[in-house]
Design a protein around this ligand. Sequence first.
Ligand SMILES: [Zn+2]
Length: 162
Amino acid sequence: MVRVITTAPTKASQLVYKTVHFSLVVEVNNATTEILFMIDPKKLHTGNCTNTIEILTTSIPEVLENKCYNSKNLPFSEEVLNTPIAHLFEHILLQSLFNERKSASNMVLIYRGSTKWNWKNELIGTYHIRINANIRDMDIIRSAVENTVNVTHAVIASSEQV
Ligand SMILES: [Zn+2]
């Protein structure tokens, strides 16, 4: 469905993805997972996406119930309409990890994350996402990230067809 190009990782714990809209380097460490997320500066925000709720409802509805600590204290189901794509990516990944962990080992683990950026020092469209998944989650991280890449890509791509 989505053309995902994976390039050869330099380490076993590193995953690299590239779509036409964004690319990411995922580093799975002993304590955390660090993601360098880079997106086309013309596609930064969900405010330009017209089918966000529909796509999430179809592909990963639980994400709309996520807890989210944002400046306006909005529930994620409202925040999601006007937020950086990178922040949406973070939440889809947290939910995907939760879902994968539950179906792989029937365990309920709550994953948490943060999305930060500083465009005084870095290129516009560069984000740093940190998740509390770690090397012990390696069995589920690849499929959780691939699902997240596909859903995020779908959110951006759907609004381009309108
Ligand atoms: Zn959030």
